[in-house]
Design a protein around this ligand. Structure first.
Ligand code: FAD
Length: 147
């Protein structure tokens, strides 16, 4: 029997100080350790960084997702970590990505801008579906471009 997949969606704010270049280097470092840790743990997902905010989708067997998130939520490189969804799902949405990343390009900015504007920049009003939909769309666009 295959293991039940859970999905966790959260939002947080960047807490890394420094210039834009230093912050980008910090995000790169986060991505590098995420990719090797997640590949080992059987976690897949996507990370969005834009407008000083992170949004991330983690998916995998429940123990792997919760252990990973436990580390993430204590990470001082971000703050105001707000879980928007944690639920079983039928299948992974990012099966080929130990951690896909979107954030630097303009469509990402525009889409995340839409999420931020709708929420009035208040994460309490952010909806998991909105974030998940945004990430899924951006990752699919990126997959098409690199196919
Ligand atoms: P390493 O890979 O050994 O750490 C690499 C380097 O990162 C360290 O040398 C240090 O310079 C720096 N570093 C590590 N932890 C911290 C910290 N708390 N504060 C400041 N610098 C630090 N981890 C995952 O495994 N999967 C994820 O999907 C994931 N997503 C993340 C998303 C965000 C927005 C953030 C902020 C962090 C994320 N992390 C993720 C990182 C996670 O919080 C832990 O730092 C990481 O899992 C620790 O892995 P490691 O022990 O292999 O550290």
């Amino acid at each position: 029997m295959s293991e039940q997949i859970h999905r966790l969606v959260y939002f947080s704010r960047n807490a890394m100080p420094g210039t834009e270049d230093e912050i980008v280097a910090g995000v790169r470092q986060i991505l590098a350790s995420s990719r090797s840790n997640n590949a080992r743990a059987g976690v897949t997902g996507a990370l969005l960084f834009n407008s000083g905010c992170f949004a991330q989708v983690l998916e995998g067997p429940s123990p792997a997702v919760t252990e990973t998130f436990e580390r993430i939520q204590w990470d001082e490189r971000h703050s105001e970590v707000l879980v928007l969804e944690y639920a079983p799902v039928a299948a992974r949405s990012f099966p080929d990505w130990s951690m896909s990343f979107v954030g630097a390009d303009r469509s990402g900015q525009q889409l995340f801008g839409d999420v931020s504007v709708t929420s009035g920049f208040n994460p309490i009003h952010l909806k998991a579906d909105q974030i998940f939909g945004t990430l899924e769309r951006l990752v699919r666009e990126e997959e098409k471009q690199t196919a």
